[in-house]
Design a protein around this ligand. Structure first.
Ligand code: FES
Length: 639
């Protein structure tokens, strides 16, 4: 039997086998649906409509009665039924289709060169070049090309240089083409390339910094000699097809046997970005000689094709923390096959190279002042310390600030509500990414919008400290600013529009409160563990996927960030890519990253006695202990 998509190409028939889910059949045809839970039937995001045909439905608890009676089903819970051979016709609503190509809001580009010099460093990449002048072979001297090269490398202190098969395959031709006078590029004990010395200036060398995020992938193409950012590209991590968070990906890699598939998917995303950025500037990918990758522990394992199963099993130990240097060809990257590929070291199963990059980029380990680093991305990690000590923990906040598990949640991309203000007349003013017009019709709400919305609802008394709706002062109000009964219980209407209404349901608020509580409890438990209190913290560096915008004030009202003097907060945006860039342009930063990793002490919060207590207290707005949020309490008094 086949699947046919209504409104799709006339004759397109997608094979649909007995026992297969519609979600899997569509995947086989390269049609990907939003599948936040990875096909477990718990997220309710993979909705389709059965227009015609007989199917077997095993679960639909995430659907309303109306949806079920109108033929809506979850693609992952709907299977081919053996008692009919007729084709099944389905409709795929726009909201279920995964859009990977959308432009992602990447936080404002930093002055990267300025950052390097402000940290007292210079552009000194790990890729070095030496000139080799080799005596050409003759009929009386049959020494091989490699031995000839080694002879001149010995006095240059490069006696132990390693040579890959790819390097050797091109070596003979390169030596002859350069008339035996060449520039030899090497990094990490490996020969990378031989280039003619003449015209060397025209042979610029490039490097690539990559942030492999669970949700997004960012690539910086950089001129190695100068550290200049040539171009940047970003895309969604297409692994999203197999689930939104690291756990569902690990399950897919282990139980679903999809490790190779996940590796291939992320490789294609990265190569797509490298090829596109290089092509835009007429750069041959063979000229890309150095790559620095930064990602959480699971993403790094999946990139390497290493089984990630032990990451989610007690005692939560990854296969690798310090990754050896890879060669471009081995890695499968679209760069020089002998180029060096460095992976930022990981600390523990849930504190990865992205946090090492972030701490590096913040510069907190270079100062006496004690600082707090918070990465509020798909999971939520925190680190505290200074130039002498460093401690870190993962908060298990979940990916709700990236849209997962929230009815109208979406990532910080075009059409997402990123800011919310509730006017004194209870009207709603929204800011939508990608469109400055207030009349723009939003498609959903992203993390910064959620933070704004909840703190505004709380300040205006529309929700109470538990996040529950209070009786609305205008019960007959309709449209934006009203509370109505939705599919999942009471919901606040943020906007109405042609693309559908965007609302925030009480169950969404509950989810967001759980995530913010996990982050705040992580911070409190970590700070207490080191015997300090918040007053000892001089700076709070915040990293995360909030796009261009994070309102610190509102995040404090929500109780996600501690109530501290506002000037102590510094929003750094995506520090994983900034750290990877620093490592790319300076070998010193790579050594510094390794030093950070080696002296970072990991605190396992799941066994920390204080964490659960802190978490329960932080489930309220802003907190059960109001003395921890004095400025918010003052605001509430003046309400
Ligand atoms: S409910 Fe189908 S993928 Fe989550």
């Amino acid at each position: 039997m086949n699947l046919r998509i209504k409104g799709g190409p006339e004759n397109e028939k997608i094979p649909f086998k007995e026992g297969q889910s519609i979600l899997d059949a569509l995947k086989g045809a390269e049609i990907f649906l939003t599948a936040s839970c990875g096909g477990k039937g718990t997220c309710g995001k993979c909705k389709i409509k059965i227009a015609e045909g007989h199917v077997r439905i095993t679960g639909s608890t995430k659907l309303t009665v109306e949806e079920r009676s109108s033929g809506v089903a979850l693609a992952c819970q709907t299977f081919a039924s053996g008692d009919s051979q007729a084709d099944i016709f389905i409709d795929i609503p726009e909201s279920s289709r995964i859009v990977v190509g959308d432009k992602i809001a990447v936080s404002r580009a930093q002055d990267l060169l300025g950052l390097v010099s402000s940290m007292g460093s210079k552009i000194e990449p790990a890729v070095n070049q030496v000139r080799v002048d080799i005596v050409p072979p003759s009929i009386g001297d049959h020494t091989s090309d490699l031995d000839r090269l080694k002879l001149v490398l010995d006095p240059l202190g490069l006696k132990d240089l390693n040579f890959s098969r790819d390097f050797l395959a091109g070596m003979g031709e390169a030596l002859r083409a350069s008339n035996w006078q060449a520039g030899l590029r090497h990094a990490g004990g490996f020969a990378i390339s031989l280039r003619p010395v003449e015209g060397e200036g025209q042979n610029k060398k490039f490097g690539v910094a990559v942030d492999i995020g669970t949700t997004t992938i960012v690539v910086y193409l950089v001129e190695l000699e100068t550290g200049k950012l040539v171009d940047a590209g970003s895309t969604y991590n297409s692994q999203i097809r197999h689930g939104d968070d690291v756990i569902t990906r690990i399950v897919h890699a282990t139980e679903g046997g999809g490790l190779g598939e996940l590796r291939q998917t992320v490789l294609e995303d990265i190569n797509g970005l490298i090829n596109a950025t290089a092509q835009r500037h007429g750069i041959k990918t063979d000229g890309i000689e150095f790559v620095v990758l930064s990602g959480n522990t699971t993403m790094s394992h999946l990139f390497w094709g290493l089984p990630p199963g032990s990451i989610r099993e007690e005692p939560y130990v990854p296969t690798v923390s310090y990754f050896p240097l890879l060669k471009g060809g081995e890695a499968g990257l679209s760069v020089n096959r002998s180029g060096a590929v460095y992976t930022m070291p990981c600390i523990a199963s849930y504190v990865g190279g992205d946090i090492v990059s972030g701490v590096l980029a913040s510069g907190m380990t270079r100062k006496k002042e004690i600082a707090l680093f918070m990465d509020i991305g798909t999971n939520g990690e925190v680190a505290v310390g200074n130039d002498e000590w460093l401690m870190t923990a993962a908060c298990s906040a979940g990916p709700c600030f990236e849209g997962s598990g929230i009815l109208h949640g979406m990532r910080a991309t075009e059409g997402a509500i990123e800011s919310v203000k509730i006017t004194p007349g209870l009207g709603v003013e929204i800011g939508v990414i990608g469109n400055n017009s207030r009349a723009a019709s939003p498609r959903g709400i992203c993390g910064s919008g959620m933070i704004d919305a909840i703190s505004e609802l709380f300040l205006k008394g529309i929700i109470d400290r538990k996040g529950k709706f209070t009786p609305h002062p205008e019960p007959d109000r309709k449209g934006a600013g009203s509370i109505r009964r939705g599919d999942w219980g009471p919901e606040f209407v943020l906007s109405e529009g042609a693309a559908g209404d965007v609302t925030l349901a009480e169950v969404d608020i509950e989810n967001i409160l759980r995530a913010k509580a996990a982050i705040y409890a992580g911070v409190s438990a970590l700070i207490k563990e080191v015997g300090l209190d918040l007053s000892a913290i001089g700076k709070v560096y915040i990293a995360g996927g909030f796009g261009n915008y994070l309102n610190v004030e509102k995040a404090i009202i929500l109780g996600m960030l501690p109530d501290m003097p506002r000037e102590k907060f510094v929003f750094l945006g995506n520090t994983s890519i900034t750290g990877a860039y620093l490592g790319l342009v300076s070998e010193g930063f790579l050594r510094e990253a390794e030093e950070i990793a080696s002296r970072m002490t990991y605190l396992e919060l799941s066994v920390s006695s204080g964490f659960m207590e802190e978490y329960m207290s932080a489930l309220f707005l802003p907190h059960t202990d109001s003395s921890q949020f004095p400025t918010v309490e003052k605001l509430l008094e003046g309400r």
